[in-house]
Design a protein around this ligand. Structure first.
Ligand SMILES: [Zn+2]
Ligand SMILES: [Zn+2]
Ligand SMILES: [Zn+2]
Length: 205
């Protein structure tokens, strides 16, 4: 018996902004349409096999909508790397293929997403203006109480505002803590904190 071929699918979750990688055997994929969820449970990639075509419904981090794309079942099950892109942003939104090429492509996409995230923030564009505004004022309160520190022992830090997150970085060791600033839930979880600890390069005993 031939060893069962595996396929790897990947996308960026719009809810938690993590790269999601899913591995399924060709048999699993061919057997039925599958919902392939992000571990956060807030988004999922859907794959439906329709005879000789495959239809994918992909949640898109870049434009916030779902994209429906199709390809031949042959390509879906055998190509080394298939990339599907978001028409609104021109960036890729989904990869299907062999494990190695898919991981490499996803890593490049995550880098591009990171750059965009920082650029938009620098230009004052935010996913949710109100949430970002409240988050920053909450951070200011925590900072005024001297509640921000790094495990390396430093209490000096820098702040970078992104499109849907805030990066706190330690001025001494350079460690970065990313705080999501996209939803009311993100705001709630920051509001209940009195101190923030950046996980630095060296833990102090
Ligand atoms: Zn997620
Ligand atoms: Zn899109
Ligand atoms: Zn530090």
């Amino acid at each position: 018996m031939v060893e069962e071929a595996k396929r790897t699918l990947a996308y960026l979750c719009p809810a938690c902004r993590q790269g999601v990688v899913i591995e399924r055997s060709v048999f699993q994929l061919a057997a039925a349409g599958s919902d392939l969820p992000c571990p956060c449970g807030k988004s999922s990639l859907r794959a439906e096999l329709l005879g000789d075509r495959v239809r994918l419904t992909v949640p898109c981090l870049f434009c916030g909508r779902d994209h429906t794309v199709t390809c031949s079942s042959r390509a879906f099950l055998h190509e080394r790397l298939l990339a599907f892109s978001c028409a609104a942003s021109g960036l890729d939104c989904c990869y299907v293929g062999e494990e190695g090429p898919v991981f490499a492509a996803l890593a490049r996409l995550e880098e591009a997403a990171d750059k965009l995230e920082a650029q938009a923030g620098a230009q004052g564009t935010f996913l949710d203006e109100l949430v970002m505004h409240e988050m920053l004022s909450e951070l200011r309160d925590i900072a005024q109480r001297d509640g921000i520190s790094c495990t390396c022992g430093s209490r000096r830090w820098n702040l970078q505002v992104n499109y849907s997150s805030i990066d706190l970085s330690c001025a001494a060791c350079g460690a970065v803590m990313r705080i999501p600033a996209a939803t009311a839930g993100d705001l709630d979880s920051l509001c209940c904190k009195t101190r923030l600890v950046i996980h630095g390069r060296e833990e102090k005993p």
